[in-house]
Design a protein around this ligand. Sequence first.
Ligand code: GRF
Length: 218
Amino acid sequence: MEGIRIGVLASGNGTNLQAIMDACNRGEIPGRVVVAVSNNPKARALGRARLAGIPAVAMHHRAFPDRDTFDAKLVEILHSYEVDLVCLAGFLRVLGPSFIRQFPERVMNIHPALLPAFGGLGMYGDRVHQTVLESGVRFSGCTIHFANEAPDGGPIILQAVVPVYDTDTAQTLAERVVAEEHRLYPEAVKLFAEGRLQVVGRRVRILPAREAAAASTE
Ligand code: GRF
């Protein structure tokens, strides 16, 4: 069984891309990463994909006249690799509605906090953890959600919680969160690949394995 074809978009280090590729290689996800794309030609994510023998495409957003042209090229690349699922893994470009419409309920994103808190435009990287610390909350975590037209706004698939300690800095909190991200993202992709995610309005229902198998043979 070949499983699903996954396209990953990443702008930076690519540790979530790595976690997804590793889970595919271990046979935990029925599918494989077929292409990685970055808007940052220097992204370590591209090197990780190449090392794994996966096509890695760099397309600098500044080489495009506007967002729509950039998004259209991305769509073209992802369609050419026949991807079933697009995973945003530290991808620091906002994708427009025309992109999302091409992959309805088939674009996932990871956010390093418990949405709907600490999300939205401009909330990325250390700024998220800094804002979490300043707010005084006792818990943070990460969220995997389907992307829709609102930044960090789509239906939530999975969340993991970590404690926030009095002694935390943005960096120590980020390390605790990222360890959970590497566990959670592959888990969400696995559920998708098994056909176990059903979007009902704002909510995502996780079907038991048996129910999903029955639905796919109906
Ligand atoms: C992660 O913390 C993710 O939540 C955020 O960007 C970071 C990406 O890290 N959106 P990496 O590139 O996967 O290492």
